[in-house]
Ligand binder design. Sequence first.
Ligand SMILES: CSCC[C@@H](NC(=O)CCC(=O)O)C(=O)O
Ligand SMILES: [Mg+2]
Length: 367
Amino acid sequence: LRLQGIELRRIAMPLVAPFRTSFGTEHARDVLLVRAVTAAAEGWGECVALTGPFYSPEYVDGAQAFIKRYLIPLLRRFDGHVFQLEPLFEPLKGHPMAKAAVQTAVLDAHLRAAGLPLGAFLGAVKDQVPAGVSVGIMDSVPALLEAVGGYLESGYLRIKLKIEPGWDVEPVRAVRERFGDEVLLQVDANTAYTLQDADRLARLDPFGLLLIEQPLPEDDIRGHARLAELIRTPICLDESIVSARAAADAIAMGACRIINIKPGRVGGYLEARRIHDVCAANGVAVWAGGMLETGLGRAANIALAALPGFTLPGDTSASDRYYAQDITDPFVLKDGHVPVPAGPGIGVEPLRDVLDAVTTETEWINF
Ligand SMILES: CSCC[C@@H](NC(=O)CCC(=O)O)C(=O)O
Ligand SMILES: [Mg+2]
């Protein structure tokens, strides 16, 4: 399906509240969207790179420059099917979020032209998925308890707390004491600890957490395997799992018992599905991570989260967790679940007037 051209669009999405993690605080998302136009249909991809290289090495200006300078020239001659994009992009090292955005836009166009929903294409087995919510580091424990109470009121089925040294045992204990032992509760350190913190992390064991996400640096697989011998809480990896091979290695080394799958981190939904398959083959549970996506990326993540191996609630929250006004019809929580879009491709469309209102820059590249 030949491409007639690509649009690169930047949008400014203010967050309903600052979102603080161990590596910084997000107040708004500066998002790069990719639109792939073919004669039969057009498709959308959302690049999940943040403004700066603090979650992973990519950042949004770099992703846009990489797409323009390296991926667009390859796409000009591309007239294949979407599975040929990975080998086409392989000689270019890294930049998984940029590659994922382009691959998803092309995949969405192909699927819309074929009338096939992304979920069906990936192997979805559900028409709705359980929604968890990620709660940032707060200024105080009372503020945290108020936020958690609000999300539980909204019906979220799992609470994830961001932690860092100095904000870990006390907030977890406070949430358990206030909301009880039944609430599905997990934490995410975003690489903020080292093996020397093992004793402190072991103090989380009494709270019955589902998992502790990425406690150590993303390249410390051996450290996570050692930590797994020192704490009881199951280790889940996020930043470390950059490919299906990395997942297989981490599992084989005993570095994790659960994996958070993010298509942008691994180069796209095709590799994300491979990670799902590797984990299913090894009896490792997976769940869908998030990068504060708009409804476009959110729709695709929810389709992925409907695959059979996604047995834990993901960070597939409702649109209003982050945005007062999404650029698509909002995803709304219903009995703690969000619906898997049923339409072809990612199954949602941008609301043109909203999209134009938040657009800060757009560039059409004709093929
Ligand atoms: C800006 S933090 C993004 C990375 C973080 N994502 C979340 O905590 C979930 C964000 C979301 O709900 O989309 C993670 O490491 O899992
Ligand atoms: Mg994480």
